[in-house]
Ligand binder design. Structure first.
Ligand code: SF4
Length: 375
């Protein structure tokens, strides 16, 4: 992209956002990119830095996210326990998990310099550690990483610790869901892995930026959870290579969001400019109409990852989209995009279009089996 094209691209994103500041992406929002990479609606909104939470509230479909106060207090208490006395408990778990031969590990609280210097201090500490020949073992608490997303710098404030030993860095993710006999709920582990992958990518980017080998950040993240519902911390290594690959692909795609923008109607905007009372001046109907003009790719896992989920689910329901049935079913249905179309093919009331013969046959067979089992 030359400078003129770049300016036009940024202008278009600003027009989409309206006269409000771009919302920085937090790790959860970035991690969600890896959860549903094919959605144009979210790609455009994220690239333009649009506040999806506020948008969803304004159109009357707030996301059902948010932890209870009890869960937040429990999470904070567990994190404090893992980190107390210079991460002593964490060191015990890492000794068991990584077989660390070292008796002592240094502890640096990056926050000690004041919040405005945290990012530069993180950089300086990581640079220093990466240059050290001996590669001493150190925990870095409250680091502040950054990632460029479609021209905006997003700062990531993990409650995680980056741990460095023998020249290798590990991301440590502390979660308060339980590990029972070394296992946790797969969806929770998957969400934690996506989030940790964002930190791995940010730390790799930082190392590359400083002229070091980014591969010195391990793709195995250390997940720390309470063991068997007690408060004793236990750990597991989680390989996040797959999540990293999806995330990198999706971030590259976001920087190439121009082709999505070129297909949008002239003058389209998701403007949320507030009036004197702080609420958006634009009507909810007008905003909802603008949203519907960018294609979405709803899937049930949106309910756990994207602020727009209730709006998109309602829309998918309204048009009987097969997306509602989940990615696996949708993929098996090939090009059949409506539930009514699938039913028509199954019941034989609809002739299969060219290329739909195979899926129509399978649907008819499934329908026959269903009827037989109901007899
Ligand atoms: S909730 Fe909507 S906007 Fe968000 S990823 Fe799913 S389909 Fe896309």
């Amino acid at each position: 992209m030359n400078r003129l094209q770049e300016r036009a691209f940024l202008n278009r994103l600003e027009e989409l956002r309206g006269p409000v500041p771009a919302r920085p992406h937090d790790a959860r929002a970035i991690a969600a990119l890896a959860a549903n990479p094919g959605c144009a609606r979210r790609s455009v909104m994220d690239a333009a830095g649009i506040d999806k939470d506020r948008t969803a509230r304004h159109v009357g479909f707030p996301a059902p996210f948010g932890q209870s106060q009890f869960a937040i207090t429990r999470g904070n208490g567990f994190e404090a326990l893992v980190k107390e006395n210079g991460c002593a408990e964490l060191l015990r778990v890492l000794r068991e998990l990584l077989g660390l031969p070292i008796p002592q590990v240094g502890y640096r609280d990056v926050e000690s310099v004041g919040s405005h210097l945290r990012h530069s201090h993180t950089r300086a500490l990581i640079d220093h550690a990466a240059r050290e020949e001996e590669g001493t073992a150190v925990f870095y608490d409250h680091p502040l990483f950054s990632l460029e997303i479609a021209g905006h710098t997003s700062y990531l404030e993990p409650d995680v610790v980056a741990f460095q030993v023998g020249g290798r860095f590990h991301i440590v993710e502390i979660k308060s869901f339980a590990l029972v006999d070394g296992q946790a709920e797969p969806e929770k582990v998957a969400a934690a892995a996506r989030q940790a992958a964002v930190y791995v990518l940010a730390l790799r980017t930082l190392l590359a930026d400083l002229g070091h080998d980014p591969e010195r950040v391990s793709h195995d993240v250390v997940l720390i959870c309470p063991e068997n519902f007690a408060n004793r911390p236990a750990g597991a290594l989680v390989d996040v290579r797959k999540q990293l690959a999806v995330l990198t692909r999706q971030l590259t795609r976001m920087t190439r969001v121009e082709h999505l923008l070129s297909g949008l109607p002239e003058g389209l905007t998701f403007d949320l400019a507030p009036g004197e009372d702080g609420t958006p001046t634009r009507s909810a109907e007008e905003l909802a109409e603008a949203l519907r003009r960018v294609p979405a790719r709803y899937a049930p896992d949106c309910l756990a990852t994207c602020d727009m989920c209730m709006f998109c689910r309602d829309e998918a329901r309204g048009c009987g989209s097969t997306e509602l049935l989940g990615r696996q079913v949708r993929d098996q249905l090939g090009g059949v995009s409506r539930v009514s179309e699938a039913l028509g093919l199954a019941e034989g009331t609809l002739e299969p279009a060219e290329g739909q013969e195979e899926i129509a046959e399978l649907l008819r067979l499934a329908n026959r089996l269903r009827e037989e089992s109901l007899r």
